[in-house]
Design a protein around this ligand. Structure first.
Ligand SMILES: [Ca+2]
Ligand SMILES: [Ca+2]
Ligand SMILES: [Ca+2]
Length: 183
């Protein structure tokens, strides 16, 4: 076989293999539940699920208090259910691992995270959103695919996401979401 023809055949085989791989990947993407079948067997069920939001880390990027460090606490709303952490006193940076969880119908659940600095009079809302003048962070948790939607990028469950505000009294926050299919 002439070398040119041999190379052409090899190239054709390579292109076919690549196309096959791409098709397989596309199909797997089109059916995300296939990849979650083992751990999330109720992805397609009408059973309620538990959406969990964990705030792993909070770091002040400026002064939320004039003469002392911040007293961070968080308020998290999951599908209309509101949860609040206790404040952690006098900390510029904290690893609170606050976990908030709500039982919701399967599908899309709206989530809002707000961070505050506790004060004697009125608490300061800390900016954790790079969009101005918005200070809170909201997104959608899709429990069928276990992904965070509605932000600039889509994130999978259990992946750490970091966001920071740019306005006065701001912080950087790292959080993740997860879905419990057997609450
Ligand atoms: Ca303050
Ligand atoms: Ca304070
Ligand atoms: Ca902002």
């Amino acid at each position: 076989m002439p070398v040119g023809k041999f190379l052409a055949r090899g190239f054709t085989a390579f292109v076919l293999a690549l196309a096959g791989l791409m098709t397989f990947t596309a199909l797997a993407d089109a059916h995300p539940h296939k990849r979650y079948r083992r751990s999330h067997q109720y992805y397609n069920s009408s059973r309620d699920v538990e959406v969990q939001v964990t705030i792993h880390r909070l770091v002040a990027l400026d002064k939320g208090d004039a003469f002392s460090s911040e007293d961070f606490y968080a308020r998290v709303t999951i599908d209309g259910q509101v949860f609040k952490s206790q404040p952690i006193r006098q900390t510029d940076g904290v690893i609170p691992n606050w976990r908030f969880a709500a039982i919701v119908p399967p599908g899309r659940a709206d989530v809002k995270i707000e961070v505050f600095d506790k004060d004697i009079a009125e608490d300061d809302q800390i900016d954790i959103n790079r969009i101005d003048p918005k200070r809170d962070l909201d997104f959608v948790v899709n429990s069928r695919t276990c992904r965070i939607e509605g932000m600039a990028s889509t994130y999978r469950c259990r992946v750490d996401v970091t966001r920071a505000g740019g306005e006065r009294k701001r912080a950087e926050m790292t959080f993740s979401v997860d879905v419990n299919y057997n609450p």
